[in-house]
Design a protein around this ligand. Structure first.
Ligand SMILES: Nc1ncnc2c1ncn2[C@@H]1O[C@H](COP(=O)(O)OP(=O)(O)OP(=O)(O)O)[C@@H](O)[C@H]1O
Ligand SMILES: [Mg+2]
Length: 335
């Protein structure tokens, strides 16, 4: 079933604390559907004006009627949260640009690209943050050598992001239990992303937020793409056909959700060896993706391990470090 159908069906329910309908307050924050099991169920995050027991019970009954009786689902799980006055980086007058890093397949270097690009932008004097939203296996903290720990809160109870090499960082990994099954990670993520946009004490002068997205076009990846604000997408692929094939799908999905595609990054493009470029992971993947998405390969990044202090961050003295700086420069001209 279509999520918009569920949202519409819930629209007339009244939040008694505000005496307004769900449609008016945009109360339904997240909808997750599990239709595969024998007992199809729905997970909701609902924002209310007050979250006292009486209000919640009233609303819970009204929702259950719609979801179970009218729409025929067996299971229903509702998380409530307080609707807040809009005061976040998502406000219309916010000048932050979002750049989503997406891929079809995992392991193509999405997180490495996100981290190195963020650092390159910082080296060019920009104020940059990263949201690591890859709940399948977030790796930004590891890549950036930031310990996994629950971030502290400031006096206004906003989450203080970690800071590494001038880049502000917040990760789902700081909040999820490691062995938590994906089916719980999904709905929790919706809640978390709301926090990331509303409750993080980002630097007031932040100019760019890079979002490391989960790979693929599965439910979770799509849910996130719907939750994030309009953003420009970079699609990462390797030169291999199997990677490019799914990258095209991920690109089309992003387009469908009205995100702008900035271009394609072909990672692990070739190996520099004795003055030659060896195409050990195949060739043409980047071009295929770009052509299908009617965009361009904006950067090819060769195979190479960082030689400096950090195991995944390339130093400015290295060829790949300079390539990332070039990519950052190109992007600044594009967005
Ligand atoms: N250009 C490169 N040359 C050599 N190794 C690379 C390059 N880019 C990334 N890697 C390595 O490839 C592995 C996968 O990279 P990374 O974790 O960034 O990919 P990912 O797409 O984010 O993967 P996942 O789907 O697991 O999140 C890492 O070990 C990383 O160090
Ligand atoms: Mg990753």
């Amino acid at each position: 079933m279509d999520k918009s159908k569920i949202k519409k069906a819930l629209g007339p329910i009244v939040d008694p604390s505000l005496e307004k309908t769900f449609e008016e307050t945009d109360a339904v924050r997240y909808i997750g559907i599990d239709e595969d099991s024998e007992k199809p169920s729905v997970n909701l995050i609902v924002g209310l004006g007050k979250d006292d027991d009486q209000t919640k019970a009233k609303v819970r009954r009204a929702i259950a009627k719609v979801i179970k009786l009218d729409l025929g689902f067996h299971g229903l799980k509702i998380d409530f949260e307080l609707l807040k006055k809009k005061e976040s980086i998502l406000d219309d007058d916010s000048k932050i640009k979002y750049i989503g890093i997406a891929s079809g397949k995992g392991g193509v270097g999405k997180s490495t690209v996100a981290a190195n690009l963020a650092i390159a932008l910082t080296r060019l004097g920009k104020k940059v943050g990263i949201i690591d939203a890859d709940i399948y296996g977030s790796s930004i903290p590891t890549i950036m050598d930031v310990p996994i720990a629950i971030p502290k809160a400031d006096k206004d109870e906003k989450i203080i992001p970690f800071n590494k090499l001038g880049v502000q960082l917040i990760s789902t990994e700081f909040f999820l239990k490691k062995d938590q099954p994906l089916m719980w990670r999904g709905p929790m993520l919706g809640k978390m992303l709301n926090h990331f946009f509303y409750d993080v004490a980002w630097d007031k002068e932040l100019e760019y937020i890079l979002i490391d997205l989960p790979p693929g076009t599965g439910d979770v990846a799509m849910d996130i793409q719907k939750l994030i604000p309009e953003c420009d997408m970079l699609i990462v692929t390797t030169p291999h056909e199997s990677a490019s094939h799914v990258a095209v799908k991920a690109g089309f999905a992003a387009k469908e959700l009205k995100h702008e595609i900035l271009g394609v990054i072909e990672n692990m493009s070739f190996l520099n060896h004795a003055g030659e470029q060896l195409q050990i992971f195949g060739e043409g993947g980047g071009d295929t993706v770009a052509k299908r998405l009617k965009t361009e390969v904006i950067q090819r990044i060769p195979i190479g391990q960082p030689q400096g202090e950090y195991h995944s961050i390339y130093d400015m003295k290295e060829e790949i470090g300079v390539i990332y700086l070039g990519l950052a420069n190109k992007l600044l001209k594009m967005v």
